[in-house]
Design a protein around this ligand. Structure first.
Ligand SMILES: NC(=O)c1ccc[n+]([C@@H]2O[C@H](COP(=O)([O-])OP(=O)(O)OC[C@H]3O[C@@H](n4cnc5c(N)ncnc54)[C@H](OP(=O)(O)O)[C@@H]3O)[C@@H](O)[C@H]2O)c1
Length: 331
């Protein structure tokens, strides 16, 4: 009988604080005929990883396992090199530099992972490092999803609150790429950075009250989930849309979104949407296209080695990362 080949991976077998994660040896996965084996070079620890790990929202356990995690290796974003391909794979070859997203099975906090060829995976755009490529998907795909739901087009006026987060910084760049007018809100130390992302106007929430402006918006996007519809409603034009990345106090954003069709006659049609974050391979391809054209570059904050994965979880969970936290798995 052939002996299993082993690899290093960061695993968790119970929900909880960052230190439920530890490094160990696990069997190296073997690809099925429609799958690729990828040698992971870089990955991220993002808010999806920390959210599933802590199971702070109990509802996440419906996907990740009610009592304990079904998929013990986290990491939904990855970049790396194709090491082997299954017999039915036609889109990719051994040696391709790829990046992608997997929030169903995760599995990127390891030396190797497998992905189906028809999943959210694509070739790394020219000129992108493995670290940049690993950070291409989460923020941009969530931002894109919400921007679509809000029907942002050329000339739409958008306010992005939390413009330094992974989602917020992607939203500023993607809205500008569409041709929207963007007001970005961030803390004092990040105003210059956010201006460089392309924002037309930057408001420092530490020295200014962003709700006091005379400007009115078609879309207010609370990309860090810190505000509420009530606080922001007067900033919206008639029929304006408010989206938050969080459920809100007592699930406010969810029930307001559910009630929106009934409430449209009130408040000049101003309403909350809560689009479920469904990601599709076409979105990964679209993000690749925008990145390849130079119109989207993910913000990168700290880089850790796989040995320091627990620290990376702690920092990502602090709510103060600037863009993305990278974990280097191999060179
Ligand atoms: N549960 C899930 O599966 C899931 C998945 C993805 C995202 N999300 C949610 O989406 C949200 C955004 O995630 P992310 O990764 O894009 O964010 P993030 O990167 O964690 O955002 C960090 C940034 O937010 C800013 N910030 C912190 N407190 C703020 C405040 N009170 N007002 C304004 N800005 C503040 C900070 O910049 P400044 O210093 O400039 O303020 C910091 O740089 C999070 O709430 C996260 O929980 C949830």
């Amino acid at each position: 009988m052939q002996r299993e080949t082993m690899m290093r991976a960061a695993v968790y077998h119970q929900y909880g604080a960052p230190d439920v994660v530890h490094l160990t040896s696990v069997p190296k996965p073997i690809p099925n005929p429609d799958e690729l084996l990828i040698r992971v070079v870089a990955t991220t620890v993002n808010r999806t990883d920390t959210g599933f790990r802590s199971a702070e929202y109990v509802v996440s356990r419906l996907f990740s396992g009610v009592v304990r995690p079904k998929f013990p290796i986290l990491g939904c974003e990855f970049s790396g090199v194709v090491e082997a391909v299954g017999s039915r794979v036609t889109r990719f070859s051994v040696g391709d530099r790829v990046f992608g997203w997997d929030d169903a099975r995760f599995g990127s906090h390891a030396e190797y992972r497998i992905s189906r060829e028809d999943s959210c995976i694509d070739i790394i755009p020219d000129g992108f490092t493995f670290s940049q490529a690993a950070a291409l998907t989460e923020g941009a795909q969530y931002a894109l999803h919400d921007i679509r739901a809000a029907n942002v087009v050329r000339g739409t006026s958008v306010l992005v609150y939390g413009a330094t987060g992974a989602i917020g910084s992607a939203a500023v760049q993607l809205c500008k790429n569409i041709g929207a007018f963007v007001t970005a809100v961030c803390g004092t130390q990040h105003t210059e950075l956010v201006r460089l992302l392309g924002a037309d106007e930057v408001v420092d929430y530490q020295t200014q009250d962003f709700t006091a402006t005379e400007r009115r918006y078609e879309f207010v996007f609370d990309a860090v989930g810190k505000r509420s519809f009530t606080e922001c409603k007067h900033l919206l034009k008639a029929n304006g849309i408010y989206i938050s990345t969080e459920l809100g106090k007592r699930g406010d954003n969810v029930w307001r979104a559910l009630a929106a069709p009934l409430l449209r006659r009130f408040d000049d049609g101003k309403r909350v949407l809560f689009p479920l974050p469904l990601t599709k391979p076409e979105m990964t391809h679209e993000v690749r296209t925008v990145a390849a054209s130079g119109d989207f570059n993910p913000l990168i904050d700290r880089e850790y080695s796989l040995n320091d994965i627990v620290e990376a979880h702690r920092y990502a969970e602090s709510g103060m990362k600037v863009g993305n936290v990278i974990v280097r798995v191999s060179e």
